[in-house]
Write a protein that binds this ligand. Structure first.
Ligand SMILES: Cc1cc2nc3c(=O)[nH]c(=O)nc-3n(C[C@H](O)[C@H](O)[C@H](O)COP(=O)(O)OP(=O)(O)OC[C@H]3O[C@@H](n4cnc5c(N)ncnc54)[C@H](O)[C@@H]3O)c2cc1C
Ligand SMILES: NC(=O)c1ccc[n+]([C@@H]2O[C@H](COP(=O)([O-])OP(=O)(O)OC[C@H]3O[C@@H](n4cnc5c(N)ncnc54)[C@H](OP(=O)(O)O)[C@@H]3O)[C@@H](O)[C@H]2O)c1
Length: 545
């Protein structure tokens, strides 16, 4: 297809967009990436951010959605990867993905998009004009495209709250995005603001060598990467039956069950962490090691900050911590599009009005789409992948989007659903339910597994999809660009989960419970018989026979 498509950004969203566009028949694809590497925020960078909206993991970041759920639908992660692998593994995986599907040749590294505007012929052609700067030569140029996908990420521009007195504080302050590792800090007392996953990770790390005060205005429900069985949390959370039950059971019942479970695992009240919202109402904070740090007093939970002094912090409960060397604002991110005119897209307080979180309803042509602009309780890679498959079909005219009015209705309904569930915070403005959202797009793309058909033709696969882990390989069983390896990948999930643990041969020294029971019963019978025959009474009994 000769139509030109631009993809802005070569993070985990942009590269899967390129792959799926090419697979859908677009061969004039150009992906602009301003950095000199692919992988977006998963490529850890030792140096400071070059752009105000440049995202980056910390040196020690490990994923919080497990590898089987992170994987794209036709490219499982290597079996030897840890289930919650390190950022360097994710980077390696993304590179492998690009190599395997021949994506590199479509990516222009060191090339920044400076502006994205409607082409002068937009009203008749739907075209876009992109101004790019090649950082290796310094040259700027204008390019026309028939279609554009924006995949610039939304974890780049820090939210930096203003607290009274902060301007006079003499310690070091930074945002969690700019925190690299403990070696880049000094001092012995730190305050971390916020209680999302960044705050959790950094508190655990700093808590090993500093006294940490973790300040939270809302509190949090603590979840764990590992289920009590030792398997990843998402292995149990994301299955079709579970999602179905979550939809039909009353929220209050669901939440009370989750609260009971979480409180059994970790006493939120005792640790003064219980928030005034329900577990369903916020992004989960996964904190396997944080509970230990709180128990050992290395991390102390505090309320919101009231005031900074020159060297310390006064909290809202009036308590004061002096001699604070470091403050890390783990306070989340603004959604920004610095290269798009405010007239076209103006995001305030992270609120976006997009149909399916991809399309601007006011545009007269559906030639511009946004990718990866979601916050699911689940993994982002399969979502960006499914969005790409959907977008490619819209660009090809195979999916027709609803009218502007109908799009606006969907946006209103989603906002209503969102505000009825999630607590009001900039981190909760782009929520989607993971499996239902994937299913919704998959249905339109034509790759949603047909459960009724499977019940009749392949009951084993049906049962696995209903009750087993809802991994994204299921969206390659049928429909466009199905993958012959999908069925096998679904049935071998547990093998790949177990593989990284199999690092030492196990010696079976103890007999099984069954054997132990038989042995114990036999020993008891022998002991009872011996006691009986040795006793005086036995002679009397035997005489009777
Ligand atoms: C610390 C951290 C940990 C996370 N852990 C998980 C996890 O475990 N599981 C999960 O599912 N999600 C996780 N996420 C969410 C994460 O954002 C997504 O998983 C995903 O990687 C985002 O990919 P992206 O491509 O949309 O954005 P990014 O990775 O941010 O990539 C955007 C790319 O666009 C480029 N770009 C931006 N502007 C321009 C421009 N003007 N011109 C050219 N190029 C541009 C950037 O350089 C970058 O390479 C995490 C997020 C953070 C911050
Ligand atoms: N290991 C990992 O995989 C990992 C690590 C880090 C981050 N992540 C991901 O990256 C994304 C961003 O996470 P994040 O933790 O950086 O940000 P986040 O989830 O947006 O959390 C921000 C935290 O800061 C608080 N906050 C915001 N503004 C505040 C203010 N003005 N005053 C006081 N507190 C304020 C929020 O409280 P309220 O709730 O009250 O708003 C919240 O606790 C998430 O998707 C997360 O899952 C993953």
């Amino acid at each position: 297809m000769e139509k030109r498509v631009a993809v802005i950004g070569a993070g985990s969203s942009g590269i899967t967009a390129v792959k799926n566009l090419v697979e859908a028949g677009f061969n004039q694809v150009v992906c602009y990436e301003r950095r000199d590497v692919i992988g977006g925020l998963w490529f850890y960078k030792e140096t400071a951010a070059r752009w105000n909206d440049e995202a980056c993991v910390n040196r020690s970041t490990v994923v919080n959605t497990s590898k089987e759920f992170l994987a794209y639908s036709d490219f499982p992660m290597p079996d030897y990867f840890a289930n919650f692998c390190h950022n360097s593994d994710v980077e390696e995986y993304l590179k492998k993905y690009c190599k395997h599907f021949g994506i590199e040749k479509y990516i222009k590294l060191n090339t920044e998009v400076l502006s994205l505007k409607k082409h002068r012929s937009y009203e008749s052609t739907g075209k876009w004009e992109i101004q790019v700067k090649d950082h290796s030569t310094g040259n700027e140029s204008l390019e026309d495209f028939d279609f554009v996908i924006v995949a610039n990420g939304h974890h780049g521009e820090p939210i930096l709250p203003k607290f009274p007195g902060l301007e006079n504080f003499q310690g070091v302050t930074m945002h969690s995005r700019d925190y690299k590792d403990v070696r880049s800090t000094s001092g012995s007392r730190a305050v971390i603001v916020g209680i999302g996953n960044s705050a959790g990770d950094i508190s655990v790390e700093l808590g090993k060598c500093m006294k940490v005060f973790l300040s939270t205005r809302s509190g949090a429900w603590f979840h764990f990467r590992l289920h009590t069985s030792g398997l990843p949390w998402d292995y149990y959370y994301h299955n079709r039956l579970g999602h179905f039950l979550r939809q039909i059971l009353p929220r209050s019942y669901r939440n009370s069950k989750v609260k009971d479970k979480l409180k059994k695992r970790f006493p939120h009240d005792l640790f003064h962490l219980t928030p005034d919202f329900e577990p369903d109402d916020a992004n989960p904070t996964l904190v396997d090691d944080l509970t230990d740090k709180i128990a050992s007093g290395r991390v102390v939970i505090k309320p919101n900050i009231k005031l900074f002094t020159k060297k310390g912090v006064i909290f809202e409960d009036g308590t004061f911590e002096d001699n604070i060397d470091l403050v890390v604002f783990a306070t989340g991110y603004n959604i920004v599009y610095p290269f798009i005119d405010k007239e076209l897209l103006n995001v305030q307080d992270n609120k976006v009005s997009m149909y399916l979180l991809m399309w601007l309803p006011e545009l007269t042509k559906n030639t511009l789409a946004f990718l990866g602009l979601c916050q699911p309780i689940g993994s982002m890679f399969p979502i960006a992948e499914m969005q790409s498959r959907f977008i490619a079909k819209v660009f090809k005219g195979e999916i027709v989007l609803p009218s502007k009015d109908d799009m606006c209705k969907e946006i209103c309904a989603r906002n209503k659903w969102q505000s009825s569930i999630y607590h009001d915070s900039p981190r909760n403005t782009i929520r989607v339910p993971w499996l239902p959202y994937l299913d919704q797009l998959a249905k339109a793309v034509g790759c949603k597994p047909n459960m009724y058909k499977l019940l009749v033709t392949e009951p084993r696969l049906f049962w696995r999809l209903l009750t087993g882990p809802g991994v994204s390989y299921q969206y390659r069983l049928e429909g466009p660009n199905a993958w012959p390896g999908a069925r096998h990948a679904i049935f071998t999930v547990m093998d790949r989960i177990k593989k990284p643990f199999a690092t030492r041969p196990l010696v079976q020294r103890n007999a099984s419970w069954g054997k132990q029971f038989v042995l114990m019963t036999m020993s008891f019978v022998v002991f009872a018989a011996a006691t009986f025959f040795a006793s005086e009474d036995s002679k009397w009994y035997l005489k009777c026979f």
